[in-house]
Design a protein around this ligand. Structure first.
Ligand code: HEM
Length: 432
């Protein structure tokens, strides 16, 4: 029986009483650990027993509450999310200082218990290193992926054309297109949008991102109630279904594997698995499946959502859309755009950057964790404290942006209309 299956079985036997006992133990543990012997802790609102500061938060938009709290407590403050002490870093300068200049202390990821079960933290660094090197070799962000994107865009356009100009929900076709580009890099091949294996994998990954990011899931995770929570079970069911499809795809690639020619991430992994005896502790099937899942989950929803924000902004600001269209028509004409053209499209480039800034799709960032005791800007933060480097406060930092809450492409243009980079443009976070 796999870990996931035993998890499913265990979750059906969880009782409310057990959960309440757990809560009590957690509370006793957390209330006993509030010593300030080591130094001055960051300020913050007074927590309630068990609930911490949850009642202060707008649970649908906690990042807005954090931004507001910073006006009272400053750019480094602490809140208790239930029993969990969390330090929030606010504003471009503070976030950059922590993630770039103090990367050793703040660079680690705080992995939620529910995901820790599926992902062994010990080999995270090895897998991350392998993924980064290979994705680069496979052309991610370079010419290699450009060709794949150009090919895919024809299919996406075909899907849009089917609606003959009538309104429709762009979510699925956009996600299929983005997933297919990731698929071409990961598996070395693409799928038809009608292939049930593909649509099931994309849609269930999407559902998982939605559930994992929901407020109710967040609250349950805080109290370690994920094992008695129905959405957690849907997430696990989705993962198991996707793993079956994935295993078949990987087996197919294994049968035709050429050790001298890798067409994608999976084949590179399988070649390494076969050739590198000493590294078998890391290069096994479970790690391969987990890495592939990570890439699809982290890449599809983020890119798809950003693209849909782009469509939304263009619909909302038709005069900006007209300027983009005019620039594209003038510089490119009727042919297919390529990355090289970007330098000659400063207004379009500015609009894309402004889309990412205001779309602000990861407002809380992913939670980080201190990997040692640290004194940061005069405050003592204990090893193992969750840290939220608040990206929304960087992307809308009033001291960095002229019009932080407006769609204003001029943020990325100089007086001559040339594109300018901005340091506080951090939609992907910063540091290692
Ligand atoms: C518009 C698109 C995207 C945005 C805005 C975005 C944003 C982010 C952010 C904010 C983080 C957290 C960084 C931190 O912890 O400091 C992250 C992590 C990550 N992203 Fe993206 N991302 C995007 C696209 C992608 C794509 C296309 C992929 C891969 C196919 C991807 C894979 C990952 C992975 C694997 C991580 C975790 C890295 C780690 O644990 O070290 N992302 N992303």
């Amino acid at each position: 029986m796999s870990v996931v299956e035993s998890l499913l079985q265990f979750s059906s036997t969880g009782t409310l009483l057990g959960a309440l006992l757990l809560l009590l133990v957690l509370y006793l543990l957390s209330s006993g650990s509030e010593s300030q012997k080591e130094g001055k802790e960051p300020p913050g609102p007074k927590p309630l027993p068990l609930l911490g500061n949850l009642l202060t938060l707008d649970l649908m938009r906690p990042f807005d509450t954090f931004f507001e709290l910073s006006k009272t407590y400053g750019n480094i403050f602490q809140v208790f999310l239930g029993p969990k002490k969390t330090v929030v870093l606010v504003g471009y300068k503070t976030v950059r200082e922590a993630l770039v200049n103090h990367v050793e202390e703040f660079g680690d990821r705080d992995i939620a218990p529910s995901f820790r079960i599926m992902n062994d933290e010990n080999n995270w660094k090895e897998m991350r290193c392998f993924a980064l090197c290979n994705l680069r070799d496979l052309g991610m962000g370079k010419r290699g992926s450009e060709e794949k994107i150009i090919e895919e865009i024809q299919y996406l356009k075909g899907e849009f054309d089917k609606f003959e100009g009538k309104p429709f929900d762009t979510t699925r076709p956009v996600n299929y297109a983005v997933s297919n580009i990731i698929s071409s890099i990961v598996y070395g091949s693409i799928f038809e949008y009608t292939d049930p294996r593909f649509t099931e994998m994309v849609n269930s990954a999407n559902e998982n991102v939605y559930f994992a990011g929901s407020t109710s899931m967040m609250v349950c995770m805080l109290y370690m109630l994920t094992l008695v929570y129905s959405r957690d079970r849907i997430i696990v069911k989705n993962i198991m279904q996707s793993r079956q499809h994935m295993a078949k795809l990987i087996n197919g690639l294994l049968e035709t594997l050429n050790p001298h020619d890798s067409r994608g991430f999976v084949e590179s992994f399988l070649i390494r698995k076969q050739s590198d005896e000493a590294r078998k502790t890391f290069f096994h099937q479970d790690n391969l499946m987990m890495s592939v899942t990570d890439l699809f989950i982290a890449g599809t929803d983020s890119t798809g959502t950003t693209l849909r924000w782009g469509l939304t902004f263009m619909a909302k600001y038709p005069h900006i859309q007209d300027r983009v269209q005019e620039e594209i028509d003038r510089v490119i004409g009727g042919r297919q755009p390529v990355v090289e053209d970007r330098k000659k499209l400063p207004y379009t480039d500015a609009v894309i950057h402004e889309t990412q800034r205001l779309a602000n799709i990861v407002p809380l960032n992913l939670p980080h964790i201190t990997n040692c005791d640290v004194t940061f800007n005069g405050y003592f933060i204990k090893k193992g404290t969750t840290v939220v480097p608040l990206l929304t406060s960087v992307l809308k930092d009033p001291s960095e942006w002229e019009k932080p809450n407006s769609f204003y492409p001029e943020h990325f243009l100089d007086e001559k209309g040339q594109f300018v980079k901005r340091d506080a443009f951090m939609p992907f976070s910063a540091g290692q």
